[in-house]
Design a binder for this molecule. Sequence first.
Ligand SMILES: NC(=O)C1=CN([C@@H]2O[C@H](COP(=O)(O)OP(=O)(O)OC[C@H]3O[C@@H](n4cnc5c(N)ncnc54)[C@H](OP(=O)(O)O)[C@@H]3O)[C@@H](O)[C@H]2O)C=CC1
Ligand SMILES: CC(C)CCC[C@@H](C)[C@H]1CC[C@H]2C3=CC=C4C[C@@H](O)CC[C@]4(C)[C@H]3CC[C@]12C
Length: 502
Amino acid sequence: METPTRPARPMTASVARGRTRHVQQNGSGEGNYSNVSKIGHRNGVHENGAKDMLQNGGSRTHAAPSDDSFLVRLFTRTVAPLFLMATCPNAVMLLWYTAVRCDGSFEKLWSMFSAEGIVGGLMEVWKGIDIVSPLAVGVILIYMAWALLLMVLLPGPRVEGPVTARGNVPVYTDNGFLCYVVTIVAFVVLTFGLKQYGMSPTIVYDHFGEFLGTLTVFSHVLCIALHLKGLFYPSSSDSGTTGNLIFDYYWGTELYPRVFGIDVKVFTNCRFGMTVWPLLVLIFALKSYEISGFVDSMWVSVALQMIYFTKFFWWESGYMRTIDIMLDRAGFYICWGCLVFIPGLYASVSLYHVNHPVQLGPTLSLAILSAGITAIVVNYLADKQKQDVRRTNAQCLVWGRRPEVIHATYTVASERRTSLLLVSGYWGLARHFHYLPELLLAYLWTSPAWFTHVMPYSYLIFLTVLLVHRTFRDDEKCSEKYTIYWQEYCNKVPYKIIPGVF
Ligand SMILES: NC(=O)C1=CN([C@@H]2O[C@H](COP(=O)(O)OP(=O)(O)OC[C@H]3O[C@@H](n4cnc5c(N)ncnc54)[C@H](OP(=O)(O)O)[C@@H]3O)[C@@H](O)[C@H]2O)C=CC1
Ligand SMILES: CC(C)CCC[C@@H](C)[C@H]1CC[C@H]2C3=CC=C4C[C@@H](O)CC[C@]4(C)[C@H]3CC[C@]12C
């Protein structure tokens, strides 16, 4: 997906020429929109100080505001990022170790740590893990080359993302669905091809610890390169430093870095994280088949996840307007997150299923499948409802009626703009009602593992924390952007996720 950014211009229908189409008709962006800047280095290392970045660079919802006390800033910008960067890679390895070496039992892991101590326990986990294993390096490099090739070569309509606080409009080639389908088909063909030579892609499962270790090394190499690039060769003015090396490394120095025209975040989030996840789910399913034959718990879970991935790629242009893309810079959080955390945590449900087969029987399998598909449909329809209302300027029906909307005005790059805030449909039930089916679905594709161990529910537990935190981040972002209009929306729709409860 090619993603040049270009200076802002009003996002009206007249902009949509040729094969260009807007993700949503009304422009949007981030809080504190003040100046139009051309793509370039105007806000480079020296001009873009910490306060400036936090207030204008769109990172404010994640970092502490600049008038926070010294201790709060020390915690949010140095201690917490350092803590996360040190613990998360170990947490992912512990999860793998628990699933594969401790029979999925955190109790067994705990016993090992009780006997060995923290350092001894960690050494035990990492022991024998070749963190730059030739197999893992080879497979990862070949996959990355494949993904890059598809991203650049496959066609798709041009899509504009939201205008940034610095007045740039990222442009994408919307070829995510095609890349996904071609990759999955190629994987199936490769699997049959390898079988002729007595080989199987399940070698990835057998060496998964090495893969996670190698991916962590890869992600640090990428983060260092992106850190320097953002400081010295930024792709657009949505870049700069806070003056705190640790926070910059964790958070990133660029919002939309591009290398030879390739958008790095589209690559890390969609072409790597979101594509490797389904590949791992298929590999783990194959491993389960090699070990136990057909086990319905594994296949119910795999079916739900595959439908979910297909939905994600179908809607990928909508993802380009979420906070991952609009606010989160390309630093450790996103890069390591997509390169290692998605394979390590998000795919861990299927990793667990490999050694924990459960025969559900047709009735339960069908019940879980139907409930899961319903959750996917509701989540998709909620995302679509918002997009449709904005695309048609509310000239559409929501649940059979004309939608109620708030015309929220805001200023970006010295221009007054209007966004529609939908008050009907799912967006009238709660401000983030669509997180409920997302969570329910995660529960449903985990529950075939039954309730013997907590480990397979790690993703669900993390997702609950992530989404609850995200409701606060998104509310803060929207409140800064839409001020009184957001307040009006909150008055009309007072709950965040569960109507009447939260
Ligand atoms: N599995 C996982 O790890 C995660 C999955 N998800 C899923 O990703 C999808 C996207 O979620 P998420 O990234 O949180 O983004 P959302 O779809 O919740 O989009 C939030 C943005 O939508 C706009 N908006 C908010 N309220 C309204 C409204 N009433 N009417 C119109 N526009 C509104 C605002 O942007 P604007 O500036 O354009 O007004 C806001 O910033 C969901 O399906 C979610 O379940 C999300 C997070 C994690
Ligand atoms: C450093 C870590 C503690 C945290 C890393 C988190 C990231 C890997 C994830 C943060 C937000 C996640 C996502 C947001 C929205 C999504 C849309 C959904 O339909 C599919 C999943 C996803 C792309 C999801 C992927 C992981 C995150 C980027």
